[in-house]
Design a protein around this ligand. Structure first.
Ligand code: BGC
Length: 787
């Protein structure tokens, strides 16, 4: 890349001026003047980033901008002579991702590892998500970053997507509302967010070249809906387009997506950027309305300059993106002269992550053993991850955190006694396994030096579970009051999970079977804890233990958060935001998903696109709108745990459900009473069943609203009010290219899960129709599932 403005004489045209409007930035950029002084090359530089060392860009520029906040994913391009600084863009969803240490600097720059996105969504508590977002945003600002590359909002189309841990749900309403709350929280700090990956980035395999072939209806109702909700409710500063193609066009090159839908239909006013090295043709990306190409490559620069010169790209289109990017810079803390401290309140944030993580854990089974109310209990702790708790996933969703509280430490902190003998046995075993895995990675990196960096970035295989003889277990069972077994999973960017990762490994199965058998014989009980980022198989073994708690990957305070729940200090109130199938193949998309494929990582996106490998080069979304519970419940397929499921230590009664309709909305009220002996909160889900849904090929029910009670003491009640706009009852009608609300009687299902409906109400609704643009059509015939 050419060195231009960075080294030119300084001539600042950005001025500080007082403004009456408190929310307007104090320092302003005189866009007209700045634009007038920019050459075509300046503009082309400005709309692409500075590159990435080892991949693209000019080392001097990269060096200068990356040293602003080392470890940040990228920056905008600085135009020093015009007084336009580079602003810093940094990941990610579970907390700020920057380097924790810096060369020649004894200070540390650790960030809090908050719970993964899936756990946050499982709280169904938007206020809590907003508070977590606010704490993350405080760290963004304190460490001198300007835009957080989060939240990640793709639909969990299939349990094996490697990045599901970053995502929220199989349902767009949960995903959209969670993202909106997160964005609101982060942006309260006057720093930006980047809602990503827009759109349909539902697999990691060949993600830079995969064509997601989706009906217009499924796109609108499922894959775009969450973005639409979040963008309208929270106005993220930026949107990040996805790597993949949708119906034959790269997302980042799709004017239909980035201009027609995002801006014209939804009214989005912010800046759009690509995912890192996403898309191919810089001029086309600009033309589409993708304002910033990150982190920027020479070909994109060349393509923009040549495009303007040849007339292929109107200079007005480039100018528009320059202006939007200038507006982003103008709002940034860096341009506003914010003096960052590098000293976020990590102690306070440790408390935020501890509490929020406990609220998103899901109690899956409990025969009464939980809570382990007396701390005098002696726990025998099994499973590798009990001792090496997994805080989150890998890749850009990782956070460089100072520590992780293991379950072992959490139990000790909670006053429990833990078997030392087991602890020592696991320590030796873990050491041996770590060495073996390191050696494997070393060998693989040597064999494939091109991918060495990626191999380090990718999830490491977890060791097999340590097994014990019956005698050893019997001895432990005699000496302890209860066994806790943790099963762990790790996944991350670049690669999808394998079917073997969904199923239990032979050693995990054996460990559960043996421990349960020996402990039950000794009249002792067994709790299984899941330290995972995505759904696993449970149907074949869930009868064995006495209790199961899904702790997810709960951030750096994980062990403490789990013990807050196990001990009963906090009653579990999380519920699943996705369905847990009996078998992997029960998921309809399992035949249209890359199963155990080579991930085909192509960082610079320059591979020859072959077009014929199903689910790798293209993926047909044949399940159409029947994603998750929309499929299982409409087609009566048995599940292991339904969408929306989660137990509590207490019980709840639903009463006095009522509804009121006016022209614009339906309002449902329901009173929830705590009828058990523990304090607790309850999530209430409102599904809608459209008239004649079977004949009209609609899901049997769809979530439209939800709420959570306050913490209820035994005997206490709370009345929740849930509101659904009539327009949100619409389905997408492809023939009319319109959102259509069918006239008739709608059933309103008030549920504790998608399969536990507590009250059914009805509401008469008048027809309405809202036309939208007829865009993003599939280019091929899809064989869509129908009811
Ligand atoms: C990921 C994005 C991330 C970016 C910058 C990409 O590989 O897909 O989610 O924000 O890198 O790190």
């Amino acid at each position: 890349m050419k060195k231009t403005a960075l080294f030119l004489a300084t001539a600042i045209v950005a001025v500080g001026c007082a403004t009456a409007d408190k929310s307007a930035p104090k320092n302003k950029i005189n866009q007209e003047e700045v634009m007038a002084r920019m050459s075509l090359e300046d503009k082309a530089h400005f709309v692409i980033g500075t590159g990435m060392a080892g991949f693209s860009g000019n080392d001097a520029v990269i060096g200068a901008t990356r040293s602003l906040v080392p470890g940040a994913a990228g920056t905008t391009y600085p135009l020093d002579s015009l007084g336009i600084p580079a602003i810093v863009l940094a990941d990610g969803p579970a907390g700020l991702r920057i380097d924790a240490t810096r060369e020649g600097d004894s200070a540390t720059y650790y960030c809090t590892h908050f719970p993964i996105g899936t756990l946050l969504a499982s709280t169904w508590n938007t206020q809590l998500v907003e508070a977590v977002g606010q704490a993350i945003g405080e760290e963004v600002k304190a460490y001198g970053a300007d835009v957080l590359l989060a939240p990640a909002l793709n639909i969990m189309r299939n349990p094996l997507c490697g990045r599901n841990f970053e995502y929220y749900s199989e349902d767009p309403v949960v995903a959209g509302k969670t993202a909106a709350a997160y964005i609101t929280g982060v942006q309260k700090n006057d720093v930006g967010t980047s809602i990503k990956h827009f759109a349909a980035n539902n697999q990691e395999t060949n993600r830079m070249n995969n064509d997601a072939r989706i009906s217009q209806r499924a796109l609108r109702e499922i894959y775009l809906k969450g973005f639409e909700i979040a963008i309208k409710e929270s106005e993220p500063w930026t949107v990040m387009t996805s790597y993949n193609y949708i119906n034959g066009v790269y997302s980042s090159e799709s004017k239909d997506l980035v201009q027609t839908i995002l801006r014209d239909e939804w009214g989005y006013k912010g800046t759009v950027m690509t995912d890192w090295f996403g898309g191919k043709d810089g001029a086309r990306q600009m033309w589409a309305g993708n304002d910033m190409l990150q982190p920027g490559k020479q070909e994109q620069f060349d393509s923009i300059v040549a495009g303007v010169k040849s007339g292929k790209l109107a200079e007005a289109d480039l100018d528009r993106s320059v202006q939007r990017t200038l507006s982003l810079v103008e709002k940034s803390p860096r341009f506003q002269g914010y003096q960052y401290t590098n000293k976020p309140d990590l102690k306070a944030h440790a408390e935020v992550t501890r509490q929020s993580a406990a609220e998103g854990m899901v109690l899956m089974k409990n025969n009464g053993i939980l809570p382990l109310e007396s701390s005098k209990i002696n726990v025998a702790l099994y499973g590798n991850t009990s001792y090496d708790f997994i805080a989150g996933g890998t890749g850009s969703g990782n956070v460089n955190h100072a520590y992780v509280v293991s379950l072992l430490d959490g139990l000790k902190n909670g006053g429990y006694t833990v078997s030392d003998e087991l602890k020592n046995a696991y320590a030796t075993y873990a050491d041996d396994c770590k060495k073996a895995i390191e050696a494997e990675i070393e060998a693989a990196s040597k064999k494939d030096p091109k991918n060495a960096m990626l191999l380090r970035f990718m999830p490491r295989p977890l060791p097999a579970e340590k097994l014990f003889s019956v005698d050893e277990l019997t001895k432990q069972a005699e000496a302890s009051d209860v066994a806790v077994i943790t099963l762990g999973r790790i996944s991350g960017e670049f690669v999808d999970r394998k079917v073997s990762d969904f199923n239990l490994s032979p050693s995990e199965r054996k460990l559960i079977e043996q421990v349960c058998e020996v402990y039950h014989k000794a009249n002792k009980q067994v709790v299984v804890l899941l330290n995972i980022g995505g759904v696993i198989e449970t149907a074949s073994w869930k009868d064995l233990p006495d209790a199961i708690l899904c702790a997810w990957q709960a951030g750096q305070e994980g062990g403490n958060s789990v013990v807050d729940v196990l001990s009963g200090r906090q009653s579990p109130s999380g519920k699943f935001t996705m369905t847990w199938p009996v078998n992997f193949t029960d998921v309809y998309s399992s035949k249209n998903f890359p199963i155990d494929q080579d991930p085909r990582i192509d960082m610079m996106n320059q591979g020859q696109k072959s077009t014929n490998v199903r689910n790798v080069d293209y993926t047909d979304y044949e399940e159409d709108v029947y994603v998750g519970y929309r499929y299982f419940d409409s087609f009566d397929v048995l599940v292991s745990y339904p969408f929306g499921f989660g137990l509590s230590y207490t019980t709840f009664d639903y009463a006095d459900a009522s509804c009121m309709t006016d022209d614009d909305a339906i309002t449902v009220k329901v009173t929830v009473k705590n009828t058990g002996a523990h304090e607790g909160k309850e999530v209430v889900e409102l599904y809608v069943s459209a008239p004649d849904n079977k004949t009209n090929n609609k899901p049997v029910k769809e979530l439209k609203a939800y709420g959570k009670t306050k913490s209820l003491k035994p005997g206490e009640s709370d009345t929740l009010t849930l509101r659904v706009k009539t327009a949100d009852l619409a389905s997408f009608d492809e023939a009319a290219s319109a959102w259509v609300v069918a006239e008739g009687e709608y059933q309103l299902l008030v549920g504790a899960s998608s399969q536990d409906i507590k009250a059914t109400l009805t509401a008469k609704v008048k027809a309405q129709q809202t036309k939208v643009n007829d865009v993003m059509k599939p280019q091929t015939q899809l064989h869509l599932l129908k009811r």
